[in-house]
Ligand binder design. Structure first.
Ligand code: PMP
Length: 403
C-alpha cells in the first residue's frame, strides 16, 4: 500500500491533452490552434532574427569568457531586470528606490513568486481573476493557499467585455487587501482588453476598495506592435502614484524565447523602506525555490534591450508578428463571411493579441475535431496557428460546426 494511494487523480492540463490528441490523429490536413506559440506563415516556430544573431554572438563570447557558467546572484542578472523594468514603466518619474525587481523563471515564475509573497504578506481574503483567465492563474494561486474568486469579464452573449458587471462585483464583493490580477494587454484567453477609459475606472476602483493590483504582462509589443501602447494600462496605474502594485513580465512571446524561460517580477511600493523589505522577502523565497535564475536567456534579452541596433531590429520583429496575426484574423473573418457562416464574427476583428475567443460552444468545438481542427473546449483559438494554407480549412470546420 503506497502512502500516495489516497491522492485524487489530477487530469492532464487541457493544453497538453489537446496536443496528445492532435499527435494521435493520422490525417495530414489536421490543424491545431491550441498553445500560445507564434508560428510563421508556414506553420513553423519562428526564430526571431534578433536572438538568432545573438546566439552566434553568444557562442563567440562563450569561448572567451571563463565566467560563463558561474551562478547569477539570487536576484538574477542586474542589467536584465533593470532594462526589463525600463521597458515596462518607460521614462517614469518615480524614484528608483521604490521599485524592486527580480529575475524569474519566465512569466509563470513571476506569477508564482508574486503569488507566494502576496499570500504571506497581505494575507488576502481572496485573489480576483477575470472570468475566464489564463488557465494557470487559478492553479498558481490555489497552490499558495489563496481563495480564488472570479470577476465577470467575458459576456458570451454579446461576445464583449462585461464591464458593468465587472465593476459591480468588484465593488460589492471584495475586501481591502484582496489582490486583483489584471492582464496588461492582449487578454488571455479572450483577446479583449478594457478601453483606456475603462482602465481608469478600474484604477479608481482599486483605490476605493483597497485592492492590490497584480499585472500580468506576457504580451508587451505583441498586441499592438507598439511597446509603449501595450504598457499604457500599467503605466497609468503607476503614474497615479496612489497605488502599490506588482507586475509579472515575460519575454517568452515578444522575444520568442519560450524555452529559455526569461521573465521578471517587479514591485512598485510607496516608500524605499517598503521596497527594501519586499526585496528581502522575495530573495528569501527565491533562495528557497530556485536559488538563482538561469543566465543564458537573460543575457540574450539584455543585449536586445540595451543595444540600439538590436533593439530597433526587435521592433521590426514585433511589427511583423503582430501584423501577421492581424492579417490572419481578417482572413478568417473574410472566409466566414464568404461561407455565410451563421452568426456575427465581428469580434474576431476587434479582439487583439495572440488569442481569440470565438464564442464556439464545447459541442461545436468537438464537431470541429471531427473535421480535424483542434482547439480548446473554451472556444479559444491561438491565431498565429492560422496561415494562408490552413485558414480556409479552419473556416470550413467552423462553418460545419455551427450549422
Ligand atoms: N501569463 C499569461 C497571461 C500567459 O498567457 C502566459 C503564457 N501563456 C504566461 C503568463 C507565462 O508564460 P511564460 O511562463 O512562458 O513566460
Amino acid at each position: 500500500q503506497s502512502c500516495f494511494s489516497s491522492l485524487e487523480d489530477v487530469p492532464l492540463d487541457p493544453h497538453y491533452a489537446l496536443k496528445e490528441d492532435f499527435a494521435a490523429d493520422p490525417v495530414t490536413t489536421k490543424v491545431i490552434l491550441g498553445s500560445g506559440i507564434y508560428r510563421d506563415e508556414h506553420g513553423m516556430p519562428w526564430v526571431l532574427p534578433t536572438p538568432n544573431h545573438l546566439q552566434a554572438e553568444e557562442l563567440v563570447k562563450a569561448s572567451e569568457d571563463s565566467s560563463r557558467y558561474d551562478y547569477l546572484p539570487i536576484s538574477g542578472y542586474e542589467p536584465f531586470y533593470t532594462a526589463a523594468r525600463k521597458l515596462l514603466f518607460g521614462p517614469i518619474a518615480i524614484p528608483k528606490d521604490r521599485f524592486v525587481s527580480i529575475q524569474t523563471i519566465a512569466g509563470t515564475g513571476a506569477n508564482s513568486l508574486g503569488a507566494r509573497f502576496l499570500s504571506q504578506s497581505l494575507r488576502p481574503s481572496a485573489v480576483w481573476l477575470s472570468n475566464p483567465s489564463w488557465i494557470n492563474h487559478a492553479n498558481i494561486w490555489m497552490t499558495v493557499g489563496v481563495n480564488v474568486k472570479f470577476y465577470p469579464y467575458w459576456n458570451a452573449h454579446k461576445k464583449a467585455l462585461d464591464f458593468e458587471d465587472m465593476l459591480q462585483t468588484l465593488t460589492t464583493e471584495t475586501n481591502p487587501g484582496d489582490v486583483i490580477v489584471l492582464h496588461g494587454c492582449a487578454h488571455n484567453p479572450t483577446g479583449l482588453d478594457p478601453t483606456k477609459d475603462q482602465w481608469e475606472k478600474i484604477a479608481d476602483l482599486c483605490e476605493r476598495q483597497g485592492l492590490f493590483p497584480f499585472f500580468d504582462c506576457a504580451y508587451q509589443g505583441f498586441a499592438s506592435g507598439n511597446l509603449d501602447e501595450d504598457a499604457w494600462a500599467l503605466r497609468h496605474f503607476a503614474f497615479r502614484d496612489t497605488l502599490e502594485l506588482a507586475v509579472a513580465q515575460s519575454f517568452s512571446k515578444n522575444m520568442g524565447l519560450y524555452g529559455e524561460r526569461v521573465g521578471a517580477l517587479h514591485f512598485l511600493t510607496a516608500s524605499s523602506d517598503a521596497a527594501s523589505k519586499v526585496k528581502g522577502h522575495l530573495l528569501r523565497l527565491q533562495r528557497g525555490q530556485i536559488s538563482q535564475p538561469a543566465k543564458r536567456g537573460a543575457t540574450i534579452a539584455t543585449t536586445i534591450l540595451t543595444d540600439d541596433t538590436m533593439f530597433t531590429k526587435w521592433l521590426d520583429d514585433l511589427a511583423e508578428m503582430s501584423s501577421r496575426i492581424k492579417e490572419m484574423r481578417k482572413a478568417l473573418y473574410e472566409e466566414l463571411i464568404f461561407l455565410e457562416t451563421p452568426g456575427n464574427w465581428d469580434h474576431l476583428l476587434t479582439q487583439i493579441g495572440m488569442f481569440s475567443y470565438t464564442g464556439l460552444s464545447p459541442m461545436q468545438v468537438s464537431r470541429m475535431r471531427d473535421n480535424h481542427v483542434y482547439i480548446l473546449s473554451s472556444g479559444r483559438i491561438s491565431v498565429p496557428g492560422l496561415n494562408g494554407t490552413n485558414v480556409k480549412y479552419v473556416a470550413q470546420a467552423i462553418d460545419k460546426a455551427v450549422r
